[in-house]
Design a protein around this ligand. Structure first.
Ligand code: NAD
Length: 476
């Protein structure tokens, strides 16, 4: 059994949860201790006790810790990538890519630890000095989803530690393996006891105990809208800082003047890679009239040709759906799409392989309208729908007609339309001739409307959430 990590110690519990491989349900990767309310409170108390010393530790200690974590993740990327592919179902190259990304994030924040600055400004009152500095927020609760088991924890934990906060980390139930490996690395790299704590366990118990604890000063959450609302309500009630990254219903607009191959690559990658289980996945493909039929014809044949299979097999392009519950949700939406008049043009069937896994051929709908449920609700699986529109103006209007606003893409060779779309797409991230998914690790990440709430994550903007600004006045 992999234990909890609280106050620098391994803690076992009487109950444990199996971590199973979605490519092969017979493959039990490990078992993980399950925290309850008491263990969560112990972890929060440990983080509280560790905070004063860590908040004063200084840039060199924080740099050295984060740098050592980055180095070990990078050195072990093949092994950690394999673990990630086994527990989450991304293909091995995708999983190794995510692992390398996590290492780079720690490296980036190792540098940021050395670059923290403040301002000294003249006061409007003669003789008075004004200093503006950033201070850590305190104990940060990190609650993460299953779809990026190492990168999302990395992009929350690295900046939290960089700016002098201590952390209680609760990963998603489906991916405790990468979480354990990451926290084990941070602990062995020299994090003082209590600076980082891992509490694996159910969201309704461990996550809720974190939300209910007045000693948690800030919550960084990524996951579904429903859980995000609970985080928000509990945090507002306690006047606690919080940030939410939630769902998407991301549009990819394809205009008549697009390069067809580029548009097809963007659609296949954005809609179906990582089994469509990305908050930035392109689930609505909004296509103008003159290119529509050629685009749809070619996209349907490419969708049928995608090789679905075991995440660790060399020729697999699309790994399994993460678990039976998510697979049921995907199949439900495929049924709903058909019942509301969508044309299931390619895929959508269960696929049998040598191992018992949750394999689904990516589904492409055509002849859909933006008011259908498959175009309004997040499926979070390999399901995409084409919406035919007259022209750019209608494409933009449809793209923005959603309650989400994470990422929006356009494929066009027109500078005029690309520029207009960048300014007018109501999304936190805009992609021109690139898939809606796939972002850099050193720049801000986040959305608008129902997709995100609070300060941006990643890059230098992370300081906004993980620090509090102090303004000090001195009359010498
Ligand atoms: P989820 O909301 O079910 O779970 C997210 C986390 O919240 C898990 O760790 C879970 O255990 C925990 N949780 C559940 N109930 C809780 C409660 N009452 N109190 C506190 N914590 C609780 O989401 P998921 O199914 O793991 O992830 C999929 C969702 O995440 C999708 O909607 C996807 O779009 C979103 N997501 C968003 C981004 C982004 O950056 N915008 C990135 C990845 C995933």
């Amino acid at each position: 059994m992999k234990p909890l990590l609280i106050n620098g110690e391994h803690i076992t519990t009487s109950n444990a949860l199996e971590n199973r491989n979605p490519s092969d349900e017979n493959d039990v990767i490990d078992t993980h201790a399950q925290a309850g309310i008491a263990e969560t409170q112990t972890a929060i108390a440990a983080a509280r006790a560790a905070f004063p010393a860590w908040s004063r530790s200084g840039p060199q200690a924080r740099h050295d810790l984060l740098r050592a974590v980055s180095d070990e993740i990078l050195a072990r990327r093949a092994e950690l990538g394999e673990l990630l592919a086994r527990e989450e179902g991304k293909t091995l190259p995708e999983a190794i890519g995510e692992t390398v990304r996590a290492a780079r994030i720690f490296d980036f924040f190792a540098g940021e630890a050395l670059r923290l600055t403040g301002d000294i400004v003249p006061s409007v009152r003669p003789g008075v000095g004004v200093e503006i500095t950033r201070e850590p927020v305190g104990v940060v609760g990190v609650i993460s989803p299953w779809n990026f088991p190492i990168a999302i924890p990395a992009w929350k934990i690295a900046p939290a530690l960089c700016y002098g906060n201590t952390v209680v980390f609760k990963p998603a139930e489906l991916v405790p393996g990468c979480a354990w490996a990451l926290i084990d690395i941070i602990q062995r790299a020299g994090a003082p006891a209590g600076v980082i704590n891992l509490v694996t366990g159910p969201g309704g118990v461990v996550g809720q105990a974190m939300l209910d604890a007045p000693e948690v000063d800030a919550i960084s959450f990524t996951g579904s809208v429903d859980t995000g609302r609970k985080v928000a309500a509990a945090s507002v009630a306690r006047m606690r800082k919080f940030q939410l990254e939630m769902g998407g219903k991301n549009p990819l607009v394809v205009l008549d003047d697009a390069d067809l191959d580029t548009a097809l690559d963007c659609a296949i990658n954005g809609a179906f890679y990582s089994t469509g289980q990305r908050c930035t996945a392109s689930s609505r493909l909004i296509v103008t009239e003159a290119i529509h039929n050629r685009f749809v014809e070619e996209l349907a044949s490419r969708t049928r040709a995608l090789r679905v299979g075991h995440a660790l097999h060399n020729d697999t392009q699309i790994g399994p759906v993460v678990d039976a519950t998510q697979l049921r949700q995907d199949l439900d939406y495929i049924r709903i799409g058909r019942s509301q008049g969508g044309n299931l043009r390619a895929g959508g069937d269960l696929v049998r392989r040598d191992t018992p896994g949750h394999f689904l051929q990516p589904a492409l709908f055509t002849d859909t309208t933006n008011d259908m449920r498959i175009n309004r609700e997040e499926v979070f699986g390999p399901v995409a729908a084409v919406i035919r529109v007259r022209d750019y103006d209608e494409a933009l209007q449809v793209a923005n007609d959603t309650e989400f606003g994470l990422s929006a893409g356009i494929c066009t060779t027109s500078l005029k339309h690309a520029s207009h779309f960048k300014r007018n797409a109501r999304a936190g991230m805009v992609m021109v001739n690139l898939p809606t998914a796939g972002v850099d690790y050193h720049v801000p990440f986040g959305g608008t409307k129902g997709s995100s709430y609070g300060a941006r994550e990643q890059g230098r903007h992370a300081a906004e959430f993980f620090t509090t600004v102090k303004t000090a006045y001195t009359l010498p």
